[in-house]
Design a protein around this ligand. Structure first.
Ligand code: OGA
Ligand code: MN
Length: 210
């Protein structure tokens, strides 16, 4: 008989991992409505709300050609580091997901980097890719949305396009607790402007440089 709580949770999570792995293998992306414990989301939201002065305008480009340009992206970010319990727990949750995807899909993900992102009303992130095919680096993108009582009329959707960047595949409102995962190389995507402040944690599972 296996009726300890631990076993029940492990089984639930294993089913979730199976579902995610199947979707990634089949279509390359998945939207999960509320995969993280409620307490964890609430803790992250509280911590995000305390970050106001720590948030900095995000840049675009890699080391050499890094620049700030709010005609490309207008969010302010703060990288996550373990420390605050909710953040530590979130990073652990993502690390378990990383291991589970490696076991099921042999992705070779070796770490996860993530930041809070705040888009003030009107801010957006133009259509872009998180990674380029054949280049080492970001392999699996994640976004967790932290907007309590988001109203669909407020905009701020994530739009995912097909590989060629021509056809829209998904238009997703940034509703509280939602987590979207997609293969970084396969989907150009953009963030549409919103009429309200739009909050999230964007993160990337990475593969090792060759
Ligand atoms: C990103 C990004 C999407 C979103 O930060 O690279 O594409 O919905 N974010 O916030
Ligand atoms: Mn992106």
């Amino acid at each position: 008989m296996t009726n300890s709580l631990d076993t029940v949770y492990a089984t639930d999570l294993d089913l979730l991992y199976d579902e995610i792995a199947d979707a990634l293998a089949r279509s390359g992306y998945i939207v999960l409505q509320n995969p993280l414990p409620d307490d964890l989301c609430n803790g992250l939201l509280l911590n995000l709300q305390q970050q106001d002065t720590a948030l900095n305008p995000a840049g675009v480009g890699r080391q050499g050609d890094y620049q700030r340009n709010n005609t490309i992206r207008g969010d302010a970010i703060q990288w996550l580091e373990p420390g605050v319990p909710a953040v530590t727990e979130f990073l652990c949750w993502m690390d378990k997901l990383r291991e589970a995807m490696n076991q099921r899909l042999f992705l070779g993900l070796f770490d996860y980097e993530s930041h809070y992102a705040v888009y003030e009303p009107g801010a957006f992130y133009q259509k872009h890719r998180d990674a380029f095919r054949g280049k080492p680096g970001r392999k699996l993108s994640s976004v967790l949305y932290l907007n309590p009582e988001w109203d669909k009329t407020q905009g701020g959707e994530l739009v995912l396009y097909d590989e060629a960047g021509e056809n829209e595949l998904l238009r997703l409102a940034p509703e509280y607790g939602r987590l979207v995962l997609f293969l970084s190389e396969d989907f150009p995507h953009e963030v549409l402007p919103a009429t309200a402040r739009r909050q999230s944690i964007a993160g990337w599972f990475r593969i090792k440089p060759l």
